[in-house]
Design a protein. Structure first.
Length: 473
């Protein structure tokens, strides 16, 4: 045996002994309990597979995935998508029986169980028109023109139907822009927030929460601004917020206003990309703002997912929520990119996020309605003429999480033996009922992966470009 081979052999043998010794304390988690399996690959879509039995470990591969249920991490709030003006309109155009079937599939606890969804405070780029709840040619600081009448047509009815399908639906809401008269430039499109608008804007949020509640739709959390440092070149509803502006607004206006009104609505800040993790730390470092901030809302368009862990390490008492990310309907793999999204979601879960919320739940076959410059696709597509439903790769990725990981579950540690990222992405969870869930995302060639729990393991065959969910009680 050569020196290199011997070194590798000794390292593997040492790893086997260490893993088996560490596993003695929790081997009972696996003993005798077969793992149920669901797979997506090739022509399979979330298809039930033969159950896998646990076997005593004899060899431990360097890339084996080791589960540690004794090290629980963040508590899961749930999974969902954005119920934008566009999404609600597309759903509203279905016949009652068609829509009932779609809403049941998406939201019912025994189906996709989507339960953390986003709404828009006024228009986003995925709206049929640009609007806020108080547009005026002249300033209206007393908000005499405030009205949510626009949303009564089809947005509020769809939100009520979604919550009827899933009574545990958690809704958070984000503005793309304040009313134009509150901003530089006086327009809903682009521009920046003005300090003298803080007080009326805090009241604007309160009026929104009150008006929605009066319509039977309670909002559980709000973000200050969608994408705080993007004005999108004035091509869509958007608004720039300086870092100090968001801090001042939360600590002197929005937080105190909601608290004094008796609202427990949570406040999330940033609502933008990983690349802005330094800003998140700065905002939480302000003691007066800190008391009102429940957590950070994250997007994944720029930067690295590890940014969420950096902020968590600095402020472990604050939560992380992943609030936007969607497919491009013009991409050739729009219908089949499930392993990409599976890898994305495992990374989010392993970096402390409590929820994962996609962009539009549903759009039409052209990615419309859309008044903005960016092509997106829905989690599902609903054809305008035929009302046929097409499910995206992102939809199938969500199925592997949302159908199994329940609210109140805890993420548990899952690491490879050698400590290096393996070819297979993975995330593990323990549900409130004690059942265990592991999601495996394989973006490469067909392979076999070893999943270890204590002194027992599963041998899992993964097809190329595939997702698998394992669950056992």
């Amino acid at each position: 045996m050569g020196v290199g081979s011997r070194r590798g052999f000794l390292k593997a043998a040492s790893a086997t002994a260490a893993v088996l010794a560490a596993g003695k304390g929790h081997s009972a988690w696996a003993a005798g309990k077969a793992a149920q399996v669901w797979a997506t690959s090739g022509s399979k879509r979330y298809a039930k597979q033969d159950a896998l039995g646990w076997k005593p470990v004899s060899d431990v591969r360097a890339d084996a995935i080791v589960l540690n249920p004794t090290a629980p991490r963040q508590e899961i709030l749930g999974f969902g998508g954005a119920l934008t003006d566009a999404t609600c309109y597309v759903l509203s155009q279905l016949k009652a029986d068609e829509r009932a079937a779609v809403m049941h599939e998406l939201f019912a606890p025994e189906e996709m169980a989507l339960n953390v969804c986003r709404t828009c405070i006024g228009a986003s780029d995925y709206s049929r028109s640009a609007y806020t709840f108080d547009e005026s040619e002249t300033p209206d600081p007393e908000l005499k023109k405030f009205s949510i009448d626009h949303d009564k047509g089809y947005i509020l009815p769809m939100l009520r139907e979604a919550r009827k399908a899933n009574p545990e639906l958690y809704l958070f809401s984000s503005p793309w822009t304040p009313p134009g008269w509150m901003k530089t430039g006086g327009s809903m499109l682009g521009g920046a927030m003005r300090k003298h608008s803080y007080a009326p804007y805090a009241q604007y949020f309160l009026k929104f929460l009150e008006a929605y509640k009066a319509e039977g739709v309670e909002i559980n959390a709000v973000t200050v601004q969608n994408e705080v440092d993007a004005d999108q070149d004035s091509r869509m509803p958007a608004c720039l917020w300086g870092q100090e502006y968001e801090i001042e607004f939360v600590k002197w206006h929005l937080g105190p206003t909601l608290r004094s009104a008796g609202y427990g609505t949570k406040i999330w800040v940033l609502d933008h990309n990983y690349a802005l993790w330094g800003r998140a730390i700065a905002e939480l470092s302000d003691a007066d703002a800190y008391q009102f901030i429940d957590g950070i809302a994250w997007h994944g368009y720029a930067g690295d997912v590890g940014a969420m862990s950096r902020v968590h390490e600095a402020f472990p008492q604050k939560s992380a929520y992943w609030t936007e990310g969607g497919p491009d309907i013009t991409a050739p793999d729009y219908l089949t990119d499930w392993s990409k999204w599976g890898e994305t979601f495992t990374g989010i879960a392993n970096n402390w996020a409590r929820s994962i919320t996609a962009w539009n739940v549903a759009l039409d076959e052209k990615g419309n309605p859309n008044i903005g410059p960016f092509p997106c696709g829905g989690m599902i597509t609903i054809d305008n003429a035929s009302h046929r439903v097409t499910r995206s790769g992102q939809y199938w990725a969500f199925a592997h999480f949302s159908r199994h990981v329940k609210r109140g579950a805890r993420v548990i540690e899952s690491n490879t033996v050698d400590g290096h990222p393996g070819a297979v992405s993975h995330a593990a969870f323990r549900n409130p009922d004690g059942s265990m869930v592991v999601v495996l995302a394989n973006r490469g060639a067909e392979r076999r992966v070893q999943v270890m729990l204590g002194a027992e393991s599963l041998e899992v065959e993964l097809a190329a470009d595939s997702l698998q969910t394992l669950q056992w009680a």
